[in-house]
Design a protein around this ligand. Structure first.
Ligand code: UT7
Length: 320
């Protein structure tokens, strides 16, 4: 049995927060933010919207596009670092309830910006082992709830949103997700962290931006090279290169090092900022809705985030 990427969906909250919002409140400028990050705006969830609301909205679209009913889903995995509740219940359980799915295994994954790739790897393993048939994977974030809006070095980077996909079992090898690799290294845990209950500090995200930037470029470039070599592929075999959307300069540096052409590179960071685990599925969804991605396309995903965690995936899109 193989795992295939059947469908994609996304939900992006209505409110747009432009760079000017930050300029009005702190010592920064539109020019600095645009030049250093490539971000022009980000979307922010309303006070009464939670991460599970965003995730459930994206999931409904993905299930419908997979031509399935919620009752066909036999595993729900939600990647998030901004869950509705601390520890429990998991955001996946809340999404299950919002979709009307009961008696189905549901769990959260904490792998920061690499969360969607970790979720896909987990879905693939459950399907290939024969244990599950239709796995709903979600990357959902209300990062605005864990951002310190007095810290000018990080607050302008992040936005809210959600993306979801259905990964289904198939016997057709041509539809299979080709390969996924996921890694972690806790020795650099202090680069990106959110203090928890065992700390006296406020539970806001902290990042050593410049150091993280350098490690991200180095790690992502070598990780993509390794998955391509392992599968005997060159950049000519890739239709779309969809990296985690943290900073345009990171995407450009990695894309250039790997010699991807502009038409292969997918860049959405200008509109949405960094939405952590949601950034890759939101970008895939945009390619799908713009008809930039069609059935049979080979997509290369890569992500890097707190933990540290990182991962890459070679995915054949097998939806309609
Ligand atoms: O998604 C998970 C992974 N995340 C990432 O990969 C993000 C990685 N990091 C980054 O994207 C970038 O490091 C940042 C966008 C966060 C920062 O860009 P940078 O080019 O690394 O800038 P820097 O931290 O080296 O700061 C340069 C200067 C500093 O001033 P001095 O010391 O040179 O006088 C900062 O204080 O820019 C200053 N600065 C700002 N100035 C205006 C920092 N934040 C701001 C700001 N507005 N918002």
């Amino acid at each position: 049995m193989y795992a295939s990427f059947k469908s994609i969906g996304a939900y992006i909250p209505d409110e747009i927060r432009t760079n000017q919002w930050f300029v009005d409140r702190m010592d920064t400028s539109d020019e600095w933010i645009t030049k250093r990050t490539g971000i022009n705006q980000r979307h922010i969830a309303s006070d009464d919207q939670t991460t599970s609301d965003l995730g459930a909205n994206a999931a409904k679209i993905a299930i419908q596009r997979a031509q399935l009913e919620p009752s066909d889903i036999d595993l729900i995995i939600c990647a998030t670092i901004s869950p509705d509740y601390f520890c429990m219940p998991s955001t996946a359980c809340l999404i299950a309830e919002k979709l009307g799915i009961r008696d189905t295994m549901a769990l959260d994954i904490s792998a920061a910006c690499t969360g969607f790739i970790y979720a896909m790897q987990t879905a693939k393993a459950f399907i290939e082992s024969g244990m599950k048939k239709n796995v709903l994977i979600i990357g959902a974030e209300k990062l605005s709830s864990i951002i310190d809006y007095t810290d000018r070095t990080t607050c302008m980077l992040f936005g809210d949103g959600a993306g979801a996909a259905v990964i289904s079992a198939t016997e057709n090898k041509d539809e299979a997700i080709l390969d996924i690799q996921c890694s972690a290294d806790g020795s650099m845990q202090d680069l990106l962290l959110t203090p928890g209950v065992q700390s006296q500090e406020k539970p806001f995200m902290q990042m050593k931006g410049n150091e993280t930037f350098k490690v991200a470029v180095r790690t992502l470039t070598s990780d993509v090279r390794s998955i391509m070599e392992k599968n005997n592929l060159t950049n000519k075999d890739i239709d779309l290169f969809i990296p985690h959307q943290a900073n345009y300069r990171i995407i450009k540096a990695v894309g250039d090092a790997l010699k991807f052409d502009d038409h292969q590179k997918v860049v959405t960071v200008a509109k949405y900022g960094n939405t952590s685990s949601a950034s890759i599925p939101m970008a895939i969804n945009e390619c799908y809705e713009d008809k930039r991605m069609t059935k049979g396309d080979m997509i290369l995903l890569d992500a890097f985030g707190g933990g540290l965690t990182w991962g890459s995936a070679l995915v054949k899109f097998s939806g309609n």
